[in-house]
Design a protein around this ligand. Structure first.
Ligand code: HBI
Length: 361
């Protein structure tokens, strides 16, 4: 069996524009390789990743699924990267190979019915578009082993009946050093774009005077500039787009991480990166964060968009035991957990079981 990992089609690996999915693809390749699988990653031209076998293919990148309305038709370009990649794969895979698709797009879901080998999709975002929802629900009902999700809240957004297979990301804990004594105030991490809710961070800092360092790829500079103009003099600073090792070193210095998404964040990998260093997370109760932010134990959950609640919760972060935060990641979100979950999924895909949890029925 050869395992082919199809990366997100929105951006090259290494650009940061693929968000947490970039981390999931690269760490999946490394883990499966270490477990003895023959693995190949297929990603758009320009990709850079330290994986055993990286194949880059040319083709139009996909426009982000966030840019279309729920009922909009989805664009498909004749020379789309995804079309090229699927054509390349269809011509070469053997029946006992498996394709793991990390792109959140209609085409790989659709072709999975006719593909010459099992093709599973790790769904990386919540419900955004009707055509994708229909396809995901259809696969969930007739080939459930071909789907995996990041969190229960995300799976529920598609109206997929449970139980579902969950494969949350895993971290290399050696890279995240625990810190019991942080010296800095608050941090925020994510692509700088409206759906991540940076507005609320500026409003929070303006109201409380807490300093916030913002890390992440500057996807939408006009959005950032607008916020800086709207909130003159507030203690929010841009810390740049750091690579993951540098980020791990930075995040451990903060007393709290804020997560203020305006959309259903499927998981929010930055949240477990913070916890891995002992940094508690103060987050809106929206999407996958509820899986690892345990109210009063690993941080505080705030009702979505409740700015007063956010301000009050940050004042309570000293009550959180930082060692407990680290332990949660050790118990659930290591590379070992991730590799085991992926291996189990490969087994289910190869067996063609009909139960989404992997049990053959
Ligand atoms: N949009 N069309 C499309 N396909 C994706 O795979 C995709 C996306 N938007 C965002 C996204 N993936 C996520 O990976 C974000 O983490 C960037």
């Amino acid at each position: 069996m050869r395992v082919h990992l199809l990366s997100t089609a929105v951006a090259p690996l290494g650009s940061g524009l693929g968000g947490g999915v970039e981390h999931m693809v690269v760490s999946a390749a490394r883990q499966l390789h270490d477990l003895g699988q023959a693995v190949q990653v297929i990603a758009p031209t320009g990709s850079k990743a330290a994986v055993p076998d990286l194949l880059v293919l040319a083709g139009q990148l996909a426009s982000t699924a966030m840019s279309h309305g729920y009922d909009d038709p989805l664009p498909i370009e004749a020379d789309a990267f995804l079309g090229e990649a699927l054509r390349w794969l269809a011509a070469r895979v053997r029946p006992d190979d498996v394709v793991l698709n990390f792109s959140y797009d209609w085409l790989p879901l659709f072709v999975s019915d006719f593909f010459p080998c099992p093709l599973g999709t790790l769904v990386s975002m919540g419900s955004l578009n009707r055509s994708l929802d229909v396809e995901i629900r259809r696969i969930a009902s007739h080939r459930p082993e071909r789907l995996a999700f990041l969190s229960e809240a995300q799976a529920a957004s598609f109206g997929v009946p449970g139980p579902v297979r969950l494969i949350p990301p895993g971290l290399d804990l050696a890279r995240y050093r625990y810190n019991a004594h942080p010296g800095r105030d608050c941090c925020w991490l994510g692509r700088i774009t409206p759906e991540k809710g940076l507005d609320d961070v500026f409003a929070f800092a303006a109201r409380t005077g807490h300093a916030v360092t913002v890390f992440g790829v500057m996807q939408n500079p006009a959005y950032w500039d607008g916020l800086v103009r709207r909130y003159p003099g507030v203690p929010v600073t841009y810390g740049g787009f750091l690579d993951r090792p540098a980020l791990a070193e930075a995040v451990r210095e903060y007393r709290a991480m804020l997560m203020t998404p305006k959309w259903l964040e499927a998981f929010g990998i930055v949240g477990i990166e913070a916890l891995a260093c002992g940094t508690p997370v103060v987050a809106y109760r929206r999407g996958g964060v509820g899986d690892y932010v345990i109210d009063g134990e690993t941080g505080w959950l705030v009702e979505p968009d409740d700015l007063d609640g956010l301000c009050a919760a940050v004042e309570r972060v000293a009550r959180i035991d930082r060692a407990r935060c680290r332990r949660l990641v050790e118990n659930r979100y290591t590379l070992t957990h991730y590799g085991a979950a992926l291996t189990d999924w490969l087994r289910a895909l190869a067996a063609g079981s009909t139960d989404s949890t992997g049990a053959t029925t």
